[in-house]
Ligand binder design. Structure first.
Ligand code: P1T
Length: 381
C-alpha cells in the first residue's frame, strides 16, 4: 500500500491562489464580519461572513480538492458538521448507524436528535447478515466510521453504498481516522464524507473544526443552506491555519502510518499485551477490506492490556513521550482510555459488546522517531 504520489503535490497546491490585489503567496485572512454594499443588496459577492467569507472559501476549496470532491463546507467542529447532515432529515426518518462510532457522535444522536423523532438504529455494519436484516425497513441515511473509533473496525464502503442506493438512502462516511490521504469514500460510492478537522487535517492539536464533502450539487446546496441558516461556521483565522495544515498532510500521514505500523508490530509481540487493534496487521479481521479500500492504514492503534485496571493506570502514568489526553491526529503522540474518556457516554452494555473495557488503550501515534515511541511503550509496559 502506498500514498498516491500525486497527493504530495495536491495538498501543497489545494486552494492556493496568490492574492489578486497584492500578489501575496499566502492568502490574506479576512477578519471581518460584514462587507460594504454600494446600494442595498449590491456588493462584491460577500455580504456577511456567516454566509461566505473569502478565507473560508479558499479553505473549503482546499478541502474539496484533497477529498477529490466537487464541494466542501467547513464547520466549527466535527460534531457541528455532523449536526448539519442530520438536519437534512425530516422527523420520523430511520438512520442506520455503525455501533462503534465516536462516543460524541453517539451522544449527539441519542441525547439530542432522538428527541426530534429520528429513529437511530445502532448496528454492526461490518456484519452482512445484520445489514441485510436492517435494510428491509425504509431508511434515509446510513452512517459509518471506518476505521472506527476506538476498535478500528473496517467497514466495506462500496458494499454499504450499494445497500444505501437500493434504499434510496444517503451514505455518510466519517473519514476522520483514515484522512483523505488514505481513503476516498466518495469514489467508493458514499454521498457525504465528514471529518473532524480537529484531527489529522488540523494535525497540531490547536484547533477544533469540522468539514463535509459531497459531489452532488443539489445536496451541496441543501447543506450550504443549513450551514448559512444554522451558522456553525469556523472563524477566518482558523480557516487560514487549517488551510496551512493541509499542505503537510501527506508527509505527516506517511510518518504517522510508518510509526503506527512499528508500534502495532511491537505491541503484538509484547507479553503484557492481550490484543492489538490495527487494520494494517494481517491478523485484523478487516485487513483484506482495508487493503482494498485504503491506501494506507493511518496512525491509530488500540490494544488491550493484559493486567488489571490499576496496571493500566500505572502504564498510562509511566509514559513520557505519549501524553494522556483526548483527541488524536496531532503531530505529538497521545494516549487515551476510551472507557473512561472518549467513549464514557456510550451505554455500558454497548461498550461491553464492542469490547471497550477497562483494559483497552487507544494510541494516536505521532510523527516522532519510532524508536523513541517504542522505547517509551517498552519502559511503561
Ligand atoms: O471533536 P470534534 O471536532 O467535534 O469531532 C468529533 C469527532 C467526529 N468523528 C470522529 C471519528 C472523532 O474521533 C471525533 C472526535 N473524537 C475525539 C475527540 C476522540 O478523542 O476520539
Amino acid at each position: 500500500m502506498a500514498i498516491d504520489p500525486k497527493s504530495f503535490t495536491q495538498v501543497v497546491h489545494a486552494g492556493a491562489e496568490p492574492d489578486q490585489a497584492t500578489g501575496a503567496i499566502m492568502p490574506p485572512i479576512y477578519m471581518t464580519s460584514t462587507f460594504v454594499q454600494s446600494e442595498p443588496g449590491v456588493h462584491q459577492g460577500y455580504d456577511y461572513s456567516r454566509a461566505d467569507n473569502p478565507t473560508r472559501e479558499l479553505y473549503e476549496k482546499a478541502l474539496a480538492s484533497i477529498e477529490s470532491a466537487n464541494h466542501a463546507l467547513a464547520f466549527a467542529s466535527g460534531l457541528a458538521a455532523e449536526q448539519a447532515i442530520i438536519q437534512l432529515l425530516d422527523p420520523g426518518a430511520r438512520i442506520l448507524v455503525s455501533d462503534d462510532v465516536y462516543g460524541g457522535t453517539g451522544r449527539l444522536f441519542r441525547r439530542l436528535f432522538a428527541r426530534y423523532n429520528l429513529d437511530f438504529q445502532f448496528i454492526d455494519l461490518s456484519d452482512d447478515s445484520v445489514v441485510k436484516a436492517a435494510a428491509t425497513a425504509p431508511t434515509k441515511l446510513i452512517w459509518l466510521e471506518t476505521p472506527s473509533n476506538p476498535t478500528m473496525k473496517v467497514i466495506d464502503i462500496a458494499k454499504l453504498a450499494k445497500v444505501a442506493k437500493a434504499q434510496g438512502a444517503l451514505l455518510v462516511v466519517d473519514n476522520t481516522f483514515a484522512s483523505p490521504i488514505f481513503q476516498s469514500p466518495l469514489a467508493l460510492g458514499a454521498d457525504i464524507v465528514v471529518h473532524s478537522t480537529t484531527k489529522y487535517i488540523g494535525g497540531h492539536s490547536d484547533m477544533i473544526g469540522g468539514a463535509l464533502m459531497v459531489n452532488d450539487a443539489k445536496l451541496f446546496e441543501q447543506l450550504k443552506f443549513i450551514q448559512f441558516a444554522a451558522g456553525a461556521v469556523p472563524a477566518p483565522l482558523e480557516c487560514f491555519l487549517l488551510h496551512r495544515s493541509i499542505k503537510t498532510l501527506a508527509v505527516r500521514m506517511q510518518q504517522h502510518e510508518k510509526n503506527a505500523l512499528a508500534v502495532a508490530n511491537f505491541l503484538q509481540t509484547h507479553k503484557q499485551v492481550k490484543k492489538v487493534y490495527y487494520p494494517g496487521l494481517s491478523s485484523h479481521p478487516g485487513y483484506d477490506i482495508a487493503c482494498r479500500q485504503m491506501r494506507g492504514f493511518s496512525g491509530m492503534v488500540s490494544f488491550d492490556h493484559r493486567g488489571s485496571y490499576a496496571d493500566v493506570v500505572a502504564f498510562l502514568q509511566k509514559l513520557r513521550v505519549f501524553t494522556l489526553a483526548e483527541s488524536l491526529g496531532g503531530v505529538e503522540s497521545l494516549v487515551n482510555h476510551p472507557e473512561k474518556m472518549t467513549h464514557a457516554s456510550v451505554p455500558e452494555e454497548l461498550r461491553r459488546k464492542l469490547g471497550i473495557g477497562p483494559q483497552m488503550i487507544r494510541l494516536s501515534v505521532g510523527i516522532e522517531a519510532a524508536d523513541d515511541l517504542l522505547a517509551d511503550l517498552a519502559q511503561a509496559l
